[in-house]
Ligand binder design. Structure first.
Ligand code: GDP
Ligand code: MN
Length: 348
């Protein structure tokens, strides 16, 4: 089937949308949210915060994607909350499902086994489709082809500080391709052979591995093993053209063929992070200290009291995860030769 079309949205343009008060040019950018109809009230909370803290001044578009049709309530509520234009897309069946080379019986046994072992989402088929979609397909959805930059927003997130500038413009002006606010170690049970697959890719496509990359962030032994560090992908601001590049597509196809989205439970966070770590130059990955963010169960609250006061933050600095032992952000600073922000020791 080719269900790639846009769902007509009778509500999106019922009110004229202002493009925001902030002066200056806009980037070719959009927010993007993957959601079910049942997520409507949780995504409503997220949108309200993104609009209040940033987008009411800018009016960037918002693309919503779903493997089913969005219902009228979802479209009405989300269109009313956003300052930019809203677009609603249905995901092609080819991009949300089992590829034909997957052995269904083997995949089923894995889910049963992970259920027994109580691995989070280990027994879920839809979660696996979601992770594969976010890893390899969202940026190729017809509604995203018009854009150069995306900002991923999930249901139930919080933004704790004003965002006093345009992060999309920052990305472009500083030649960034990928960004994060939280980093941590992945559950090893969900990705036991991911690094083997990555090594296979590196061997098959050495031309895609960039000099001056962040291998030291991902591996403590020069690439022999993975240390499980990854950027948390429920927040991402990134460049869509990079994800659509031959390098990224070759990478995704190689991983997909090895079957770990179904024979294990590979998440899009380590998949994106390893790609960024190997195929971008170090300084093309950005840590947004001033974007204060929560997604259960972790908080990024900016280090530095003056920053928090200036940006009218309402997070408790004690909740900041950055300098916790389970965060990889200190490692990111070290492998990038960056100085940790003043006061970080007090927050460890
Ligand atoms: P978690 O953050 O890893 O616990 O996973 P979430 O439940 O937040 O899912 C990640 C994102 O994918 C969220 O934006 C969800 O709304 C979305 N999502 C998860 N499963 C589905 C699904 O089956 N269909 C659709 N359309 N969206 C989904
Ligand atoms: Mn989530």
């Amino acid at each position: 089937t080719t269900e790639t079309g846009t769902t007509p949205n009778p509500y999106a343009n019922s009110q004229p949308k202002l493009s925001g008060q902030a002066p200056g040019e806009r980037m070719n950018a959009t927010f993007v949210t993957l959601a079910r109809n049942s997520d409507v009230w949780e995504i409503a909370r997220s949108i309200r915060q993104v609009e209040d803290r940033f987008n009411h001044n800018y009016g960037y578009d918002w693309v919503f994607l779903n493997d089913a049709d969005f219902d009228d309530t979802f479209k009405k509520v989300t269109s009313a909350l956003t300052s930019g234009n809203t677009k609603y897309g249905k995901i092609d069946k080819e991009h949300w499902g089992f590829p034909d080379f997957i052995d269904q019986e083997r995949a089923r046994k894995v889910r049963e086994d992970m259920h027994e072992r109580k691995i989070i989402y280990g027994d879920s088929v839809s979660y696996r489709h979601m992770c594969r979609y976010e890893s390899g397909f969202f940026f190729r959805h017809p509604l995203l082809l018009d854009y150069e930059w995306y900002w991923r927003v999930e249901p139930s997130i919080e933004l704790f500080c004003d965002i006093a500038y345009d992060p999309f413009k920052f990305m472009k002006e500083h030649k960034k391709k990928y960004s994060f606010v939280l980093s941590l170690y992945e559950y090893v049970e969900t990705i036991p052979t991911l690094w083997d697959s990555v090594k296979g890719f590196m061997k098959a496509h050495p031309e895609h591995i960039v000099e001056g990359n962040s291998m030291a962030f991902l591996s403590d032994d020069g690439g022999e093993t993975y240390n499980h560090c990854h950027f948390w992908s429920n927040f991402e601001i990134g460049n869509l053209d990079w994800l659509r590049s031959p390098a990224y597509i070759d990478y995704f196809n190689h991983l997909d063929r090895d079957g770990g989205f179904f024979y294990e439970r590979w998440g899009d966070a380590p998949v994106h992070s390893i790609a960024a770590g190997l195929m971008l130059k170090k300084d093309e990955i950005h840590f947004f200290n001033d974007i204060a963010y929560y997604h259960v169960p972790f908080t990024h609250c900016p280090t530095g009291e003056q920053t928090r006061l200036d940006l009218k933050c309402h997070c408790n600095p004690k909740d900041n995860f950055d300098w916790n032992g389970y965060s990889c952000t200190a490692r990111f600073f070290e492998t990038n030769g960056m100085q940790k922000p003043a006061g970080y020791e007090k927050e460890q």
